[in-house]
Design a protein around this ligand. Structure first.
Ligand code: AMX
Length: 428
């Protein structure tokens, strides 16, 4: 991985120069002001973080380096990891080098399987993924070397080692969780000739696992990899790592945030929602029946899974990429067709719901992906967030490697009490 390591070093030099330049231009320049509403409202719209791996534009969606989702949807997740860390796409021989590196670093320890197999049968697979990674924390190269004493400027190199070790084990870990939780518990051996996503798809042991599932897995793992720095999981992971807790702790913590229904769990809720519609109205459900179901759902106080976003204000380009895949490979599939009908119906209803309060009535990344996975035999909804997590770990790793390399300090915003806020209002 010397090419990637050197390119990260170059990227860090570039970013450090940029920061120096920015500081020369005015360290005290005000970038964002905070209102009382924002302090009580999840800090939405408050610009208070820097993340150089990716950027989400409200109107054009995710950008990684200079690339949009449309530019990247045919790439491999391994290439996206390189891009997240370096700002550039790799040369063509990188995939082969990365495959070899992953083979050398693969192998989930037996004690991890022992812990996962000892859990109650109804443990959520996200808990298993988070815990599986936590069990391996004592293997952290960063932690071992930090205890020996290393210069701050080298922290990122050891964090990078941890990242490669975790990423190499993820396909086996995730597929093993699937087989323990939903199969007979036997683990399928990885194929050293397969790519990262292809191996994960194969090791699940699904009857439908073939080239198309591997292709979908690649797309899935590319599209979920990163979404700038302020989302619950990425921010959590960064905060934890900023205390110099190892990447294992940071990844596990980020995954715990991703497991929530307003974040990664929406993924599984979307397919559940589609299947409920199918169950109630049948395969040939009409748009009118879907509209009725949406209204009933909203009237009962629930949200429509897969719609809305904290930052995006258009249809998520990642949703568009999944729809393109669906049209190419699954246009006859009933669940995919229901996802298409939902797209025709939901935005217009959400636009006027709660007096137009829904900031984005458009679909997000989760609205179609479950229907596609279901088509290929992945019918265990609880597993979907695990796939989201496997992909998002690439982003957690890249964000933490860069932040360490830039010497970013521990994150510690100031909190205040109601009384303090009320006193400020009195003063004004
Ligand atoms: N269905 C119904 N109501 C919705 C809605 C939806 N899909 N999206 C937003 N709203 C409501 C909110 O609940 C909120 O109502 P409240 O003020 O009475 O509580 C109001 O609209 C304003 O919310 P917002 O500013 O538009 O959204 P937000 O930034 O607070 O939340 C999100 C964003 C994604 C949590 C929200 O849109 C949602 O709950 N969507 C459904 C769940 C989902 O798809 N999550 C996946 C997000 C992407 C991901 O991380 N995978």
């Amino acid at each position: 991985m010397s090419i990637l390591r050197n390119e990260i070093k170059n990227n860090l030099t570039y970013l450090k120069n940029e920061i120096e330049h920015i500081f020369e231009g005015g360290r005290d320049t005000v970038l964002s002001e905070v209102t009382v509403g924002q302090v009580y409202g999840g800090m939405r719209g408050l610009t208070a973080l820097v993340c150089n791996t990716s950027y989400v534009d409200p109107y054009s969606g995710l950008h990684i380096g200079d690339f949009t989702v449309e530019d990247l949807s045919e790439k491999y997740p391994e290439e996206i990891f390189y891009l997240l860390c370096t700002g550039k796409l790799p040369e063509s021989d990188f995939l082969e080098e990365f495959r070899k590196e992953m083979n050398e670093r693969s192998g989930v320890p037996q004690y991890t399987w022992d812990v996962l197999k000892a859990l109650p049968e109804d443990t959520h697979p996200m808990s298993m993924l988070s815990l599986g990674i936590l069990t391996m924390e004592q293997e952290s190269v960063f932690k071992r070397n930090y205890l020996k004493g290393i210069p701050k400027s080298d922290f990122w190199k050891y964090t990078f080692e941890d990242a490669l070790n975790v990423i190499a084990k993820l396909p086996e870990l995730a597929a093993g969780i699937y087989r323990i939780r939903f199969g007979d518990g036997t683990l399928i051996k990885r194929d050293p000739d397969l790519d990262w996503a292809g191996n994960l798809a194969m090791m699940l042991g699904l009857p439908n696992s073939g080239k198309e599932l591997a292709r979908l897995m690649r797309l899935y793992l590319v599209l979920h990899c990163d979404h700038e720095g302020g989302n619950v999981s990425a921010f959590t992971s960064r905060v934890v790592n900023s205390a110099l807790s190892s990447l294992y702790y940071a990844i596990s913590a980020g995954l715990n945030g991703l497991a929530g229904p307003l974040h990664g769990l929406a993924n599984q809720n979307c397919l559940k929602f589609i299947l409920e519609i199918r169950h109630r109205f049948g395969d040939l459900v009409s748009e009118e029946e879907i509209a009725l179901y949406i209204k009933e759902t909203l009237d009962s106080g629930k949200v429509i899974p897969g719609y809305g976003h904290a930052v995006l204000r258009v249809t998520d380009p990642r949703f568009t990429a999944f729809m393109k895949f669906g049209k190419a490979y699954c246009s006859e599939n009933v669940c995919f067709q229901i996802a298409e009908k939902l797209f025709k119906v939901v935005p217009d209803i959400l636009k006027t719901y709660k007096g137009g309060k829904v900031a984005s009535p458009w679909p997000n990344v989760d609205a179609a992906s479950g229907a596609l996975l279901f088509k290929y035999g992945l019918n265990q909804f609880d597993f979907y967030t695990v796939l989201f997590g496997v992909s998002r770990i690439l982003g957690f790793c890249a964000q933490n490697i860069l932040a360490q390399g830039l010497g970013q300090p521990i994150i510690r915003p100031k909190s205040v009490t109601n009384k303090w806020v009320a006193d400020q209002l009195m003063k004004n």
